[in-house]
Design a protein around this ligand. Structure first.
Ligand code: P5A
Length: 433
């Protein structure tokens, strides 16, 4: 993409309404624009990041054996009346009436709809286990939408739902998702601490939140420093049952659950940190299957209410969470996996014909090699170009000017460390593939 043609409205100044780094930077780097309370338009650059994250989430879901479906955003109120949550959900639910006077709602989550899908289509224990997911926009009329996309009213969630014949099988499904989450966050370059959580509006007994450590996170978590020995950022392919068990039993809780007098962790081993809740998983047994009559026939012919779980990742929240965990005074620092582009190519001699020709040729070569490159071909000053590229935060920069061109070389800069080296023009493409 050529920056001269890109719809990238960046801001020089910090927007007054943005209180935390990720919100500020998402506005300044032209990722999103607000269009109403808790409502955001995703601009080209932001949408690329959102899609990258969505795809990583999808790949790990598919790898876990979950199957993708797509349910609508709008739901019938009837199903929620059946489960008893229509009243219980309260003001956070956006209620809508259609032209026939039928009560509808914009889905804040999909337990009811999927339980209905399941009971209408699965009849036997032989068809279990099943695990279905979708990646779909949700709406929650939050009391205080804030921090940009981190607590929006409309937000993108990956949510899936598991169905099992008994508690033992349900725990296996829970653990599979636990592992899928660890892998997802590790691939995004994040440290996500599994924290034992309350089940709130979703209900049930067993639940973990995945908290990403970030200085300005909304949650305060208390955890045993032993968790640091797990190197959550670079988890290996196979996560053994032993590791799952250890991670699930290590002390890690939210502030409300921490009781200083009865804490099992010695004071010197206790860590207190701020976090962003990026994911939340629940095992809620037969809470929905009982009331909604989602039963299958067992091997002896008896009807059994299925054991269920639900699992959510805040896909749009993750964009903010990653920035929160990875930025500096100059802007965003994207981990490669989530970066909108891998390389930023800066033409320092946009008014110099020879230099522009060389940059154009390099840009074409990189594109042909499949490298995702953002090309700053604007007729602007060097300072402005450096600032923009740093603000956007692509992991690598290639800076080419008339002087370097004489030696057939450019500058190669790593955004994260600021480290700069010289690179021969002929070696650039192979560096990135
Ligand atoms: C699990 C999947 C659920 O809704 N039902 C289906 C369960 N869980 S949850 O914890 O309430 O939400 C899952 C994740 O969604 C993100 N999230 C949000 N993101 C942005 N803005 C919001 N207002 C918002 N609310 C929830 C979080 O990442 C949460 O972990």
């Amino acid at each position: 993409m050529r920056l001269s043609q890109y719809f990238l409205p960046t801001l020089k100044e910090n927007p007054a309404e943005a209180k935390i780094a990720s919100h500020r930077l998402m506005l300044r780097a032209g990722l999103v624009r607000q269009t109403g309370s808790g409502l955001y338009i995703w601009l080209p650059l932001g949408l690329r990041v959102l899609k990258k994250i969505e795809n990583i989430v999808r790949e790990e879901q598919d790898r876990s054996g979950a199957q993708e479906i797509l349910m609508p955003t709008i739901q019938n109120a009837d199903l929620w009346k059946e489960s008893g949550r229509y009243e219980a959900y309260g003001k956070e639910m956006l209620r809508i009436t259609d032209r026939h006077g039928k009560e509808m709602l914009y889905g804040p989550t999909n337990e009811e709809m999927i339980t209905d899908l399941f009971r209408n289509n699965v009849q036997s224990y032989k068809d279990l286990p099943k695990n279905l997911y979708h990646i779909q926009w949700k709406f929650r009329d939050e009391v205080r939408p804030r921090y940009g996309v981190m607590r929006g009213r409309e937000f993108l969630m990956k949510d899936n739902y598991s169905f099992d014949i008994d508690k033992e099988a349900a725990k296996i499904s829970y653990d599979k998702m636990f592992v899928a989450y660890l892998k997802t966050f590790a691939r995004l370059g994040l440290v996500a601490i599994p924290v034992r959580a309350d089940t709130g509006a979703i209900g049930g007994e067993l639940s973990h939140e995945f908290q990403i450590l970030a200085a300005e996170g909304e949650s305060t978590i208390y955890y045993d420093k032993a968790i640091e020995s797990f190197d959550l950022k670079s988890l290996a392919e196979d996560i053994s049952p032993d590791i799952i068990q250890k991670l699930q039993s290590i002390y890690a809780v939210e502030e409300e659950k921490h009781d200083a007098d009865n804490c099992p962790v010695a004071k010197e081993n206790l860590r207190i940190a701020k976090g962003v809740e990026a994911g939340h998983i629940f095992n809620f047994g037969t809470k929905y299957s009982e009331v909604m009559n989602a039963k299958v026939s067992g091997s002896d012919g008896s009807m059994i209410a299925v054991e269920m779980g639900s699992y959510g990742i805040g896909v749009s929240r993750l964009v903010g969470a990653i920035i929160e965990a990875s930025n500096d005074e100059n802007g965003i620092i994207w981990p490669e996996a989530a970066a909108p582009y891998k390389v930023g190519l800066i033409n320092l001699g946009a008014k110099n014909e020879e230099c522009t020709e060389a940059c154009d040729a390099l840009y074409k070569k990189m594109q042909a090699a499949g490298i995702e490159v953002l090309y700053d071909d604007r007729k602007a000053g060097a300072g402005q170009k450096f600032a923009t590229m740093d603000l956007i935060g692509v992991p690598y920069q290639i800076i080419l000017g008339p002087r370097g061109l004489k030696n057939n070389s450019a500058e190669f800069k790593i955004r994260k460390t600021g480290e700069k080296t010289e690179i021969n023009l002929d070696e650039i493409v192979s560096k990135f593939i």
